[in-house]
Design a protein around this ligand. Structure first.
Ligand code: SF4
Length: 370
């Protein structure tokens, strides 16, 4: 299987913590941007075929589509229809998509847009909440409040979405463990099928950094443990360090990343991994719009030990871990023995995984393989 990712780098405003490739106040460029994505897709095709018919690069057919951002729900109804129409016509063709995810923020959703998404085959919606406390949402520079989020969640259910992810953050400035527990309870009350949880990262250049906010790993670890316990009691299994799902509702698109599967990313800053080569498109929106073929950054052919190391690091993000094969054993047996000795990972048969109580130390495990 392989995945298709489309990056929509436009947002209504810039959140105070945001380090992603996203631009506020540039809605007038969206039509030109969609044209550029279509043109980029054509660089992977020839002779009127759609992208996945061109198999020379190891792509094969697509089985998942993920439209992320940025804020894809900022697109107008007409732009959404245009996007899904050319995705189908030029890129996906006859491929059967098992999962089509669309990221949305409540301030730019409407009942009409939800109906278009549903009719376009979107079967998984990912909604950004971050916190159920308006005080913290304002601190993060989020443009909507919790009441607005509740409206969006309810509207999505009414539109027929049966697979919804909620994005939450923890270790926010001014957030106590009790505050976080409340956001968690509000989330669980809504009974989404999937929850993603990320600790706040404070990057240089963001408003939060300039305001003096800093990361707090100790409080982040406490909140993480609380979330693991509370979500598991509510029927969500942690299947990746930051991701929790009701049985059978794990994100297939993201599992493909962690299984080192092939994926094609279209759009400004979108990442791809095809035939052992990975790269990302230019992060510069003007360059993306004007330069053909699209400029690539960080292009790297992964082979041998580096490819195996990356497979281990990606695989160990999953709670089920990774099967040991000859490549892993030949290259990394010593490292694995060391991590077993330190009590950070465990081995069952031919599989290794990070111990469940040590997942918050996963970066220390990954460092062994860099
Ligand atoms: S909505 Fe997401 S991508 Fe957009 S500014 Fe906020 S954090 Fe960044």
């Amino acid at each position: 299987m392989s995945g298709l990712y489309i990056h929509i780098p436009f947002c209504r405003s810039k959140c105070a913590y945001c380090d992603f490739t996203s631009y506020a106040g540039k809605e007038e460029l969206i039509d030109a941007y969609l044209d550029a994505i279509r043109k980029e897709a054509h660089t992977y095709t020839s002779g009127g075929q759609h992208v996945s018919q061109c198999r020379s690069d190891g792509l094969g057919g697509f089985s998942t589509l993920y439209v992320g951002g940025g804020t894809p729900s900022l697109l107008t109804v007409a732009q959404l229809k245009n996007l899904f129409s050319f995705l189908k016509q030029d890129i996906i063709g006859q491929d059967i998509l098992e999962e089509t995810t669309f990221e949305a923020n409540c301030e730019s959703l409407s009942e009409e847009k939800l109906a278009v998404l549903k009719n376009s085959g979107v079967n998984r919606l990912s909604l950004g909440l971050q916190s159920a406390e308006d005080r913290l949402l304002r601190r993060l520079g989020r443009p909507a409040d919790f009441k607005h989020f509740l409206w969006a969640f309810e509207a999505a259910r009414k539109a027929g979405f049966e697979n919804i992810n909620i994005d939450l953050m923890n270790a926010l400035p001014g957030q106590s463990v009790n505050d976080f527990a409340q956001s968690l309870e509000e989330t669980i009350k809504l009974a989404p099928e999937h929850v993603s949880l990320y600790a706040l990262e404070v990057h240089k250049g963001t408003d939060l950094f300039r305001q003096g906010a800093r990361e707090n790993p100790d409080i982040a670890a406490d909140m993480y443990e609380l979330a693991v316990d509370r979500l598991s009691r509510a029927g969500y299994a942690r299947y990746e360090i930051s991701n929790f799902a009701k049985p059978g509702l794990e994100s297939r698109h993201n599992l493909n990343y962690w299984d080192q599967g092939a994926y094609l990313g279209l759009g400004c800053a979108a990442a791809s991994y095809l035939d052992g080569t990975r790269w990302n498109n230019t992060h510069n929106l003007d360059m993306y719009l004007k330069t053909a073929p699209v400029l690539r950054e960080n292009e790297e052919k992964l082979a041998g030990r580096a490819k195996t190391a990356e497979r281990i690091m990606l695989g160990l993000r999953k709670t089920r871990g990774i099967e040991l094969d000859d490549d892993i054993i030949i290259e990394f047996n010593g490292k694995i023995d060391r991590l077993l000795g330190l009590g950070l990972i465990e081995k069952t048969g031919r599989a290794i995984k990070i111990k469940s109580g040590k997942l918050y130390l996963s970066n220390a495990v990954f460092r062994e393989f860099i």
